[in-house]
Ligand binder design. Structure first.
Ligand SMILES: [Fe+2]
Ligand SMILES: [Fe+2]
Length: 320
């Protein structure tokens, strides 16, 4: 990752969440994470639209991992003695309603930025929840989430290389997401108890997470100047340009899809997919790295758990 775990972790100064006394707040957080992991179904869309074989293979593996995480969070709810329940409207909207419009939006906004923010929340849970089995489950999951964020960062860099307009558009869209996250700060200040050693620090965690996300966007190369030094007018201009670009692009794609419909019905003029491009794909041309061994990651041999505490798979072996 372009931002290290050391930079990302927030110092709770030893404050803890008790699985009995603070059960409600932990359960609430886990319900939101569970929904987030279920949105792993969206990977199916990106797999079908993957630009190359390397990305397709990564996404296939990621889908398996996200559904292992579903098992992880169901197990955590079981430990806490709480049933799965509906996630908050805002979380459902952020995770599903704001799904990326194209590959570059997916890797930049959902993987690098979105999964990066979720990763910070996982680190916070690991540092605060005072229950060893829950912490052990979360620790196994974050290794995989770190890889997802890393992939998002690398793919975003690749997508914006030599494309300044796309770079500005992604930055404008990212600013909107970050503005939404930063609003949580005021919401938490109003709702959370001010005398709880861990919960009273959550608004600071939100501010820290936004700062780290801005650092990530800078290191990816979406901006030269730090976002914190940008004027409100500059940010507004970037957001306006991003949404105007999305509107024009959306309209142009719609017109094109109507005009090309007769050709598409004949199987012509559709988007290029791996089934059209695989013979010139760098992995196929390069050869030699397509065996199962190339995907194995010894650091990921920990088992994921399903409800009831039974192992749902064994790292790389479960993905085979
Ligand atoms: Fe996940
Ligand atoms: Fe993930």
């Amino acid at each position: 990752m372009l931002v290290t775990r050391e930079e990302m972790v927030f110092d709770f100064q030893g404050a803890k969440l008790d699985p009995v006394k603070d059960k409600d707040v932990i359960v609430w957080a886990v319900q939101q994470f569970l929904y987030g992991e279920i949105t792993g179904v969206q990977i199916g869309h990106w797999l079908y639209n993957a630009p190359d074989l390397e990305s397709a293979r990564f996404l296939a593996r990621q889908a398996v991992e996200e559904f292992q995480h579903v098992g992880n969070f169901l197990r955590i709810l079981e430990i806490l003695g709480a049933p799965p329940e509906k996630a908050a409207w805002s979380v459902r909207f952020l995770a599903t309603g704001l799904m990326g419009g194209d590959w570059s939006e997916h890797v930049a906004l959902e993987m690098a930025l979105g999964e990066g923010l979720v990763l910070q929340a996982f680190y916070a849970m690991i540092d605060t929840v005072d229950e060893p089995e829950i912490v052990a489950i979360l620790k196994r999951g974050v290794r995989q989430e770190e890889r997802h964020v890393d992939f998002g960062e690398r793919q975003t860099r690749k997508a914006i290389a030599g494309r300044p307009a796309l770079r500005r558009r992604l930055l404008g869209l990212a600013l909107v997401s970050l503005w939404g996250v930063s609003r949580l700060d005021a919401f938490m200040k109003k709702r959370l108890p001010k005398d709880h050693p861990a919960l009273k620090r959550l608004p600071d965690l939100v501010r820290h997470s936004v700062r780290i996300a801005e650092l990530r966007l800078t290191r990816i190369g979406l901006t030269d100047a730090p976002i914190s030094s940008m004027s409100a007018a500059r940010k507004l201009a970037l957001v306006a340009e991003a949404y105007a670009g999305k509107l024009v692009f959306g309209l142009a794609s719609w017109v094109l899809s109507v005009l090309l419909l007769p050709l598409r019905l004949l199987g012509l003029a559709g988007p290029k997919r791996l089934t059209d491009t695989y013979l010139s794909d760098p992995l196929v041309v390069g050869g030699g790295r397509l065996g199962a061994a190339a995907e194995d990651d010894p650091s990921d041999a920990g088992e994921q758990v399903g409800p009831g505490g039974s192992p749902a798979g064994h790292g790389a072996a479960a993905r085979a």
